[in-house]
Design a binder for this molecule. Structure first.
Ligand SMILES: NC(=O)c1ccc[n+]([C@@H]2O[C@H](COP(=O)([O-])OP(=O)(O)OC[C@H]3O[C@@H](n4cnc5c(N)ncnc54)[C@H](OP(=O)(O)O)[C@@H]3O)[C@@H](O)[C@H]2O)c1
Length: 223
């Protein structure tokens, strides 16, 4: 049966790849974008779009979009040139509001794109050598994970990729609770998100880098 998915940060590079994979097989995808100029691209990808700035849109408006969905994916992120403070805003408050909206719309599956390395800032720790912007980024991702985890009305799955690349996907990854540092193609992360939408693992926290295991097999093997 076709799935309905809402992707926040719908014009992002992982999000568009995800949208193309899902719509190509007949699922319907609504991308939340903050610029109407991005709607043409989403339409070309086969996605519908809704223009909403995640930083400013109230929970009830987000919920009115999500209510048609079977699952929500948070794939937004602050652009790299943004300040440390800005990274915190988009990754923390916006994603928590989205989780509240999913809860209000009674949509349980919630896939959160986080980042490898976030645990380095758990319990207020300070990773040696991290610059201020990266530190704030990690803190925002960690706080988001903790915040969504504290919302039992959604079934969070966290995907923590290594450094993302635009290399063509290989269809093979290494995925698990802890994996060695590395890079991973956005194509492969998008395919992993599809596999997790098809075979949800509520509560899973998954690091992912490129590897040798076919993505569907890697997800099937998760405990
Ligand atoms: N880069 C890495 O190596 C890396 C590693 C691990 C994890 N991640 C995480 O993986 C996820 C996906 O990465 P990506 O490379 O696909 O990201 P991306 O291409 O930079 O896309 C992020 C998208 O989020 C959107 N966005 C930002 N703030 C928004 C807001 N307030 N309202 C609505 N949309 C907003 C951006 O919209 P605009 O187009 O309007 O700016 C952009 O389209 C992100 O959460 C990122 O933090 C990245």
């Amino acid at each position: 049966m076709a799935m309905h998915v809402v992707v926040a940060g719908g014009h992002g590079r992982v999000a568009r790849r995800l949208g193309r994979l899902l719509t190509a097989r007949g699922d319907s995808v609504i991308g939340i974008v903050r610029s109407s100029q991005h709607e043409t691209d989403l339409s070309a990808d086969g996605m519908e779009s809704v223009v909403m700035d995640l930083d400013r849109t109230p929970v009830d408006e987000l919920a009115s979009v999500i209510v048609v969905a079977d699952a929500v994916v948070f794939a937004a992120g602050a652009p790299p040139e943004n300040t440390a403070q800005r990274k915190g805003v988009v990754d923390r408050a916006a994603s928590l509001r989205l989780a509240d909206a999913a809860a209000a719309a009674s949509v349980r599956p919630f896939l959160l794109m986080s980042a490898m390395g976030v645990e380095a800032v758990a319990d207020g720790r300070f990773p040696p050598g991290a610059d201020a912007a990266y530190l704030e980024y990690l803190r925002a991702k960690w706080a988001t994970e903790e915040g969504v985890r504290a919302r039992p009305a959604v079934d969070m799955m966290v995907v923590r990729p290594g450094r993302l690349t635009d290399e063509p996907g290989s269809g093979r990854v290494t995925v698990g609770r802890r994996v060695s540092e590395g890079t991973v193609s956005r194509d492969d992360v998008a395919a992993l998100l599809v596999a997790l939408l098809d075979h949800p693992r509520p509560g899973a926290v998954l690091e992912v880098v490129s590897g040798t295991t076919p993505i569907n097999e890697a997800v099937a093997d998760l405990r």
